[in-house]
Design a protein around this ligand. Structure first.
Ligand code: NOJ
Ligand code: NOJ
Length: 718
């Protein structure tokens, strides 16, 4: 039987149905649950010029190049331009746009080494986080264009993700020397900083990128480095995020998340979740095997901030552009899945503004479609980089920055990739929960063919990809959890996918009759179940204090309101639909709990983990002087009396740390601690073999401030 409900011929009706569905769902679906979304990443300046009146604003005159020949000047794209293309994006099947940083950026030209003018068209050189860039909105730096975009996007069922760069302002040695403004009022600059708004350390270089202290406290690419432990900076950046939320930002991509003080970042996402529903993912750049890999998943597991999946990105590009064997991708995904708690929240991508487009690496359109199909159906929240669906690329100097930030020149809805994205976006966002919430299992693999299965209870999606340019492969011995039946390709043959016959087997392993995968083919077979009991696939945010609103999503919840238990305490229900329930975190003891959703008849779903915080989070910097001697590979950690402080945990993953030792044998760490709480804590050494050494004496005590930031400075107790 053909389980795919729509064919290519009904494409426009299908798009319309999607739109209707999304609009109806937005009444119930809170922004926290992005697992069923498809994200479209836009460099705003390079997308569409929707308002020519902001092309060359007076306060930053001369940074606009109407000829689009200087790739480092503004080219005219703006927020109004994105708004004009919402129906194109709906038809593409994406449900969220990630826009480059929209806030007011550096106004001056900083010539490059060849004397050519450059600008901050990309948005990563902020001067005022509380105003909108004049090239993207209006010369008044007001919020009108931003609010217009979020309002129109929401009406179209599209969420808006703001790229937010809290690590830095703008370049420290030229132009405005890092000048930072608070809604128009000068705060400080790298060369005028009596209040300690910025760090004044050297650039990170070489092995410094593996040194936690340098990574967090040194300067990234000459960009004036904000000091988030300063109470003015802490309040300013959190207010800026909340201002974006109040103007309709649904979620945030945090730039250079690895380079911002990690403890502060936990408090930043917590501040946003306290204000309203949101979703966070950070740019934790890494190569596979990176020395800070463990830190990346500890951070993603505990901070409330997911991360961009650079490991899968690298493997996808190796496999599809450079023709490496599929085993590389299989190894990376399976390793990550054993380390990341919230693996379906990892944000996956093929291309970005920081690497050459895949077509610049290998000008093979089939490979781009296969790579994007893998990401769309694979584990994690998929991103489509703007223009990939039009096969956009410019290969100058290998196609890297800035030649990967092309002007969008065509908006065809007929490309194969446009249609593949539409199909797979519809599958992810529809009633089959396997792509959004499901497990991931490799089912069959050789160097050129990869077959994987996503499964959420009885929802199953089986995906096969043959990336070979000329070889057809017979596939025998494949097993699947799809129920016995005939299945035609959900992509309707867009990428030459065959039909398959599944026979009855046992133990979730049903044999598939031998079939062939043609050269350059992608096939998707799916089975959508009807849930008779509640099935939970998502919770977001994953941590919060009493009063924070949390969304649990899945299927089969029923239309009448049931209950949600946090541990054994019933939570207040704010909204209830058969797929999404929002509850308020109850006032209970801090700790890690199982959340149980029960339908109105009392039938319980599978449990899902949630961390109840003691109170909202305050960034506190702890210093312990003259700590016990350590050998290389040993580290000092903090552990203490609340869940924020590790609940006296003594392992690398449960204690707080590792702490930083630029002034060895003194160690320090910025930590998120519960506001107003009287905490007890101690420092421990975790040796490289895991052996734990406690400091002596009674516990240290401290009352965390109720607002602002805190500092603690004690001596190791011998
Ligand atoms: C990473 C961004 O993705 C990149 O484009 C930017 O230049 C740096 N962070 C600095 O903000
Ligand atoms: C946990 C805490 O009670 C702390 O005070 C104590 O030092 C360690 N356990 C070691 O016994």
């Amino acid at each position: 039987m053909n389980r795919s409900p729509f064919s290519v011929r009904t494409f426009s009706r299908y798009a319309l149905l999607c739109l209707v569905n999304v609009v109806l769902l937005t009444a119930f679906t809170f922004a926290q649950d992005f697992k069923k979304q498809v994200i479209y990443q836009i460099v705003t300046d390079r997308f569409v010029n929707g308002d020519t009146s902001n092309d060359n604003p007076a306060q930053s005159a001369g940074l606009f190049d109407a000829t689009k020949t200087n790739w480092r000047l503004y080219w005219g794209g703006d927020l109004a331009g994105i708004q004009q293309k919402l129906s194109y994006l709906q038809g593409l099947g994406v449900t969220a746009v990630w826009i480059s940083p929209p806030v007011d950026n550096l106004n001056l030209n900083i010539p490059d080494s060849g004397g050519n003018p450059t600008s901050s068209y990309h948005g990563y050189g902020a001067r005022d986080f509380k105003r909108i860039e004049e090239h993207f909105g209006s010369a008044a730096n007001d919020w009108t264009a931003f609010s217009n975009l979020t309002t129109a996007a929401h009406a179209a069922g599209i969420k808006v993700i703001v790229d937010f760069a809290p690590n830095h302002s703008n370049p420290d040695n030229a132009g405005e020397f890092g000048s930072l403004y608070d809604n128009g009022t000068f705060v400080a600059a790298c060369n005028n900083d009596p209040g300690g708004i910025f760090h004044h350390n050297p650039d990170i270089s070489g092995s410094g990128f593996q040194d936690r202290y340098q990574v967090e406290y040194y300067t990234l690419e000459g960009l004036c480095d904000l000091n988030q432990e300063n109470s003015t900076v802490d309040a300013y950046l959190k207010a800026a995020i909340q201002q974006l939320q109040s103007h309709g930002a649904d979620a945030f991509r945090i730039d250079a998340v690895k380079h911002v003080t990690w403890g502060w970042e936990y408090s930043m996402s917590n501040a946003a979740f306290t204000s309203g529903p949101s979703f966070f993912f950070g740019e934790w750049y890494q190569n596979w095997g990176d020395a800070l890999y463990h830190d990346s998943y500890k951070f993603a597991n505990k901070s409330g901030i997911s991360v961009l999946d650079f490991n899968v990105n690298q493997a996808v590009r190796d496999v599809f552009a450079s023709n490496n064997n599929f085993s590389e991708l299989d190894n990376v995904v399976n390793s990550e899945n054993s380390n990341f708690t919230w693996q379906n929240d990892l944000v996956t991508f093929v291309d970005s503004h920081d690497v050459p487009r895949l077509l610049s690496v290998n000008n093979n359109t089939n490979r781009l479609i296969e790579a994007q199909a893998y990401v769309l159906a694979g584990r994690g929240i998929p991103v489509v980089y703007y223009g990939d669906e039009q096969y956009l690329h410019n290969d100058t100097n290998g196609g890297g920055d800035p030649y990967n930030r092309n002007a969008m020149t065509s908006f065809l809805t007929t490309t194969t990739l446009y249609q593949v994205i539409n199909k797979l976006g519809g599958l992810r966002g529809g009633s089959n929960d396997a792509l959004g919430y499901g497990s991931y299992q490799q089912r069959w693999m050789n160097n050129d063919v990869y077959i994987f299965e996503r499964k959420f209870f009885n929802d199953v999606v089986l995906v096969a990809i043959n990336k070979n340019d000329s070889t057809t492969y017979p596939i025998s011995g494949l097993n699947t959890a799809l129920p016995a039946a005939n299945y035609s390709d959900y992509l309707s043959g867009l990428m030459s996918g065959p039909s398959i016959t599944v026979m009855t087997g046992s133990g979730g392993n049903n044999p598939v009759s031998t079939f062939t995968m043609p050269a350059h083919s992608v096939a998707v077979w799916q089975f959508t179940s009807t849930a008779s009991t509640p099935q939970v696939g998502s919770i977001g945010p994953t941590l919060g204090q009493s009063g924070v609103k949390v969304t649990v999503a899945g299927k089969g919840f029923g239309t009448s309101t049931g209950t949600v238990l946090v541990g054994t305490t019933a939570a207040t229900i704010n909204s209830w639909s058969s797929t999404s329930v929002t509850f308020t975190v109850p006032n209970i003891t801090n700790g890690i709990y199982n959340v149980t959703l029960k339908n109105s008849g009392g039938t319980a779903a599978n449990t899902i983990q949630f961390t109840v915080l003691t109170a909202k989070l305050i960034p506190v910097t702890f210093t312990v002087n003259n700590a016990t001697p350590t050998n290389p590979g040993d580290y000092i950690f903090l552990t203490g009396s609340t869940v924020e402080l590790g609940n006296w945990g003594t392992t690398w993953d449960t204690a707080i740390g590792p702490m930083l030792d630029p002034n060895y044998p003194n160690w320090f760490l910025n930590v998120s601690a519960p506001a107003g709480a009287a905490i007890q804590f101690k420092f421990i050494k975790i040796a490289s073999d895991g052996t734990v050494t406690w400091e002596n004496g009674s516990n240290h005590t401290y009352t965390v401030p109720t607002s602002g930031v805190g500092f603690v400075n004690v001596n190791w107790q011998y």
